[in-house]
Structures are given as C-alpha cells and as structure tokens.
Design a protein around this ligand. Structure first.
Ligand SMILES: [Ca+2]
Ligand SMILES: [Ca+2]
Ligand SMILES: [Ca+2]
Ligand SMILES: [Ca+2]
Length: 182
C-alpha cells in the first residue's frame, strides 16, 4: 500500500509526465517530452543521443501501456498509475525496476554526460515536464545540492530519488526531486 505522502508525490510525478495536462498519460506525452529535449538541446533526429532518448522513452511508454493500462484504452489514468507504482514499489518481483528507470531518467537529463546534474539541466527538466519555472528550479536545486558545488552527483541523485519514492518523512529533501508536490 502506498502511504498518503507517497500518493501525493506520485500524483505530482504523474502530472509531470502528463505534459499536455489532459489528465491521462498517452504516448503523445512521451513524444512531446522527447521533442522537448531535442528542441531545447538542438539534438537532430539522426543523432545517437536522439535515438537513445527516443528509444528509452518509447520503451517506457510500451512498458506502461503493457503493465499499467489495465483497461487497455491506450491511456494511463492516475488510478492505473498509482496501482502500477504500488506494485513496482511493493512487489519484490519488480526487482527495483523503479530504481533502474530512475537511473536512466537521471542519465538522460545529464545531457553533457559529466555524471552530475547542473542547475541548467535541472531547469530544463522542469521546463519540459512543466513542473515549475526557473526560480522554483533554482530554489529547490540549492536544497538538493548539499555541498553547494553547483552540481548534484549521480550518487546524490539516486539517494534523492529513493527518498522521493520511498520516504514517508515529509522533511526528506528528495521529496522535492520533481518540484513541489503540494
Ligand atoms: Ca496527457
Ligand atoms: Ca487505461
Ligand atoms: Ca551534467
Ligand atoms: Ca553537489
């Protein structure tokens, strides 16, 4: 069972992937995210980076359609999403899939491949997912960049994302990974 706090955070996460804000997840949301990256970073469609991002998001959508879309209407509703996340987090058979997906997500946003997120990369993630403006991104980034070196290391990101999914402590910094959730 998801706790109330987990539900709030995962609802916010759902909204971050519902980029056209029509209340359900569709393949077109994932396409819009890929296009958002391509446009912002001027990645051409025949480049390796584009292929990687596009196939990663494509596979994520296929997995969601298969595992989460229980009424097979090609949309994932919030209820379907929460049941799916509950299963991912609480079924030992899922074998930390959520963590592996998070790792891919982190690598994709690390566009310059230096193994960390910069504030710029964090801001762009906010913009593409429509979770907040540059001011909010900067404010939260400073809370997640514990040593204040202007970067968030992959290791810190993985810990933050684990808090985002699992922590039931309202004060856990990782709750803010995708912006403010309430
Ligand atoms: Ca949508
Ligand atoms: Ca559905
Ligand atoms: Ca980076
Ligand atoms: Ca840091």
């Amino acid at each position: 069972m998801l706790t109330e706090l987990q539900k709030k955070k995962l609802t916010h996460y759902f909204n971050a992937f519902d980029v056209d804000k029509n209340g359900t997840l569709e393949k077109s949301d994932f396409d819009k995210i890929v296009n958002g990256y391509a446009k912002t970073y001027k990645i051409t469609q025949n480049s390796e980076t584009y292929q990687y991002i596009s196939s990663t998001y494509g596979k994520r959508w296929d997995a969601l359609a298969k595992e989460a879309d229980t009424n097979t209407d090609n949309k994932v509703s919030l209820d379907e999403w929460l049941s799916y996340q509950d299963k991912l987090l609480n079924d030992p058979k899922s074998n930390f899939l959520w963590l592996r997906v998070a790792s891919m997500f982190i690598d994709i946003q690390d566009i310059d491949k230096d193994g960390t997120w910069s504030l710029e990369e964090y801001k762009i993630m906010y913009k593409i997912h429509g979770v907040g403006d540059d001011i909010l991104a900067a404010e939260i980034f400073s809370k997640l960049d514990f040593d204040g070196d202007g970067k968030i290391s992959k290791n810190d990101l993985m810990n933050l994302v684990a808090d985002f999914y699992l922590s039931d402590n309202p004060q856990a910094p990782g709750n803010l990974f995708f912006g403010t959730y309430e």
